[in-house]
Write a protein that binds this ligand. Structure first.
Ligand code: SF4
Ligand code: SF4
Length: 160
């Protein structure tokens, strides 16, 4: 008997249902950090300053249903929009699949737990601050959101 492969391995992004599309988000919160763009080079500079609606503990949007009304420049990810977006973090599930790469073990769809994205150190938990108290974004430029994280595996112990 063979296991049926999961939907993200068998369907293209533009073939997924709305529910599958939403489930792809790993809840890392990295895309909700503010970014700056350098005029001369067009380079994207990441900051550790989070959108005011990001819950810094869960790393999820605190009002996802109303987010576009409350934060008009919140970008809605769609399969079509992906091609024009150059600032998604390299660990983002949408970016990984669009580039033909697999989801990592810490992705909740793979691990079966929403906690692994935090346990592996992929989410912004503990290292982002809210735009409500950040001041100038230029003072908060960091590299880590734009780099592929080296995940921490949670400590394992033997089952006796
Ligand atoms: S970076 Fe990608 S996977 Fe992470 S929260 Fe944003 S959309 Fe979801
Ligand atoms: S409104 Fe919500 S989804 Fe949009 S950037 Fe802010 S926290 Fe993220």
């Amino acid at each position: 008997m063979t296991d049926t492969p999961p939907f993200w391995q068998t369907r293209r992004l533009d073939e997924m249902t709305a529910e599958e599309w939403e489930a792809l988000c790993d809840g890392c919160g990295r895309c909700c950090l503010h970014k700056l763009r350098e005029d001369e080079t067009n380079e994207v500079l990441y900051t550790n300053v989070a959108c005011r609606l990001l819950d810094l503990e869960t790393c999820r949007c605190s009002d996802y249903a109303q987010r576009r009304r409350k934060v008009p420049d919140c970008v809605q990810l769609t399969p079509e929009a992906l091609a024009d977006i150059d600032w998604l973090p390299p660990s983002c599930a949408y970016r990984l699949l669009a580039e033909g790469r697999p989801l990592a073990w810490w992705h909740p769809l793979v691990s079966g737990s929403p906690d692994t994205v935090h346990q592996a150190g992929i989410s912004v938990r503990g290292r982002a601050l809210s735009e409500r108290r950040a001041g100038l974004l230029e003072h908060h430029i960091v590299d880590w959101p734009g780099t592929m994280p080296k995940p921490r595996r949670p400590k394992l112990r033997r089952v006796d």
